[in-house]
Design a protein around this ligand. Structure first.
Ligand code: HMG
Length: 407
C-alpha cells in the first residue's frame, strides 16, 4: 500500500522584517545574516494572527478539491500552543467545517512533532486506506529581543493531507529516530521566548542527524546515493548546508561542494524569506523543493531529516510522484510572499511587544492584514476567531456557546 502526502500548502503572515534593517539596528554586518546564517527576511505575525489562524489558512488551501467528509483525523503540531488543555486543532476543525466524526488532537516535541504526526497519520491510513488525515504544523519562532537568536525568528504554517495513493510524495516505511534528554532549546510555561544554547543546539542537531541516519540504515532504508535531494529541518538555511556536509562526510560519500549544494539549494528558497517556523520548517523546505526547482522531480527519491530540540530526530525518505506539479499552488505561494508588507523597525518592535494579556481580562486585537481568518481577541477567557472571506462552499458554523464573531 502506497501512502504519503497528497497535498501540501503554506501560509505565512503578511508582514516581514528585512534583516538588513535588523543588522543596522543590531550593529551587525549584514553578511553575517545573509551568508553566515543564510537568512534575508523573517516573517512577523501581527497581533491578530496566531498558530490557529495561520494553520487554518494553510489548511483552507490544502483541502481545495478534497472531499472534507473523508478527513477522519486532524493532527495539529505546534510548540506555540494557545491553551494548556484544548487542542488548537479544535478551533481549526470548526473554522474549516470538518466533519464532527473527525478526531482532533495536538502533538508536541519541539520542531519534530510534525514528523511524528506524519508517521502517525501514515500508520492510520495504512490500516484503513479509505481514510484521509489532515496535518497542520504551525508556529511562531520567537527569541529574546536583541538576542543572538533574533535573526532566526519567523512564523508560518503548513498543512498536508495524508492518504493512500498520494499524488505528491509517497513516504517510505523506513524511519530512523533518536531521542536524548538535553537542554539545547526549550520554552518554560512562564516565558514567551525560547531559552537557547545556540552553539550546543547545532551540535545536538548534527549528533541527532547521524544517530537517526544509523537507525534508518538499520531499518533497511535506502543508500545515501539513491536520494537525489535532501530536505532538512531549517532553523536557518545555513543549517542545511552544515547538516548535509556532515552527513556526506560521515558516510564517506564522495560529493563535491557543488554537488552537495545542488541537492539542497531548492529546499532553501522559501525559508530564506520566512525564517524558522519550527514544526512547519522541514515541510516548508519540501514545498520549496517541489515548487522552486526547474527540473521535474517525478520518481526521484528525497531524504528528509526532522529535528526537534530537547531532543529528537527522525530520518526518512519519500518518492516524488509523477505529475505532482499540477497539484502545487506555487504561483499563490510566490504571490503571498511578494505581497507581504515590510515592517519598519518600530512596528516590528510593537508587534513583538504585543504579547496577549495574561491576567485573564478581556481584550480585542487591532485589525491588520491577515488571511481568511483572524484572532479577534479574548472574551470571558475564550479566544475569538473571525472568518473574513470564507469561500461559499465552506460554511462556518458558530460554536455552541455563540461567541463566534463572523465578519
Ligand atoms: P551567533 O553567535 O550570533 O552567530 O549565533 P555566530 O557567531 O556563530 O555566527 C554565525 C555564522 O555567521 C558563523 O558561521 C560565522 O562565522 C558567520 P559558521 O562558523 O557557523 O560557518 N559570520 C559571518 N559570515 C560572513 N560575514 C560576517 C560574519 N560574521 C559571522 N561578517 C545561532 C548563531 C544560529 C547559534 C543563533 O542565531 C541562535 O542561537 N539561533 C537559535 C537556535 C538555532 O537556530 N539552533 C539551530 C539548531 S537547533 C534547531 O534547529 C531546533 C529549533 O528549530 C527549535 C526546535 O526544535 O523547536 C531551533
Amino acid at each position: 500500500m502506497r501512502v504519503g502526502i497528497d497535498s501540501l500548502s503554506l501560509y505565512t503572515p503578511g508582514y516581514y522584517l528585512d534583516l538588513a534593517l535588523l543588522a543596522e539596528r543590531r550593529n551587525t554586518p549584514l553578511l553575517k545574516y545573509v551568508k553566515g546564517i543564510g537568512q534575508e527576511r523573517m516573517a512577523v505575525p501581527a497581533p491578530d494572527e496566531d498558530v490557529v489562524t495561520m494553520g487554518a489558512n494553510a489548511a483552507l488551501q490544502t483541502l481545495e478539491g478534497i472531499d472534507r467528509t473523508q478527513i477522519d483525523t486532524l493532527i495539529f503540531a505546534t510548540e506555540s500552543g494557545v491553551d494548556q488543555s484544548k487542542a488548537a486543532g479544535i478551533y481549526v476543525h470548526r473554522l474549516l467545517g470538518l466533519p464532527s466524526r473527525c478526531r482532533t488532537f495536538e502533538v508536541k516535541q519541539a520542531c519534530c512533532s510534525s514528523t511524528a504526526a506524519l508517521q502517525m497519520a501514515l500508520a492510520s491510513v495504512a490500516l484503513k486506506p479509505s481514510r484521509k488525515a489532515l496535518i497542520v504544523a504551525s508556529d511562531v519562532a520567537r527569541y529574546g529581543f536583541g538576542s543572538a537568536g533574533e535573526p532566526t525568528q519567523g512564523a508560518g504554517a503548513i498543512a498536508m493531507v495524508v492518504s493512500a495513493h498520494p499524488r505528491l510524495v509517497e513516504i517510505h516505511p523506513a524511519c530512523g529516530s533518536y531521542t536524548e534528554d538535553v537542554m539545547d532549546f526549550w520554552r518554560p510555561n512562564y516565558m514567551n521566548e525560547a531559552v537557547v544554547d545556540g552553539k550546543y543546539s547545532i551540535k545536538m542537531y548534527l549528533k541527532a542527524l547521524m544517530e537517526s541516519w544509523h537507525a534508518y540504515c538499520e531499518e533497511g532504508g535506502m543508500a545515501l546515493g539513491e536520494f537525489s535531494r535532501f530536505c532538512y529541518h531549517l532553523p536557518f538555511t545555513r543549517m542545511a548546508e552544515k547538516a548535509h556536509r556532515h552527513l556526506v562526510r560521515n558516510t564517506g560519500t564522495n560529493l563535491s561542494a557543488e554537488q552537495q549544494a545542488a541537492q539542497i539549494d531548492d529546499t532553501l528558497i522559501y525559508n530564506r524569506l520566512i525564517g524558522n517556523c519550527y514544526t512547519a520548517s522541514l515541510y516548508v523546505g519540501l514545498l520549496s523543493l517541489l515548487e522552486g526547482g526547474e527540473r521535474d522531480l517525478g520518481n526521484q527519491h528525497v531524504g528528509m531529516f526532522s529535528y526537534g530540540s530537547g531532543c529528537m530526530g527522525s530520518f526518512f525518505g519519500g518518492t516524488v510522484q509523477p505529475g505532482y506539479r499540477a497539484l502545487l499552488h506555487a504561483r499563490r505561494h510566490r504571490d503571498m510572499l511578494q505581497a507581504r508588507e515590510a515592517l519598519t523597525f518600530e512596528r516590528y518592535e510593537a508587534f513583538y511587544n504585543h504579547v496577549a494579556q495574561r491576567d485573564g481580562s478581556d481584550y480585542q486585537n487591532p485589525r491588520n492584514h491577515t488571511g481568511a481568518y483572524r484572532f479577534a481577541g479574548v472574551s470571558d477567557h475564550k479566544r475569538l476567531y473571525e472568518t473574513l472571506n470564507a469561500p461559499a462552499d465552506q460554511p462556518v458554523e458558530a460554536p455552541a456557546d455563540g461567541d463566534f464573531v463572523k465578519v
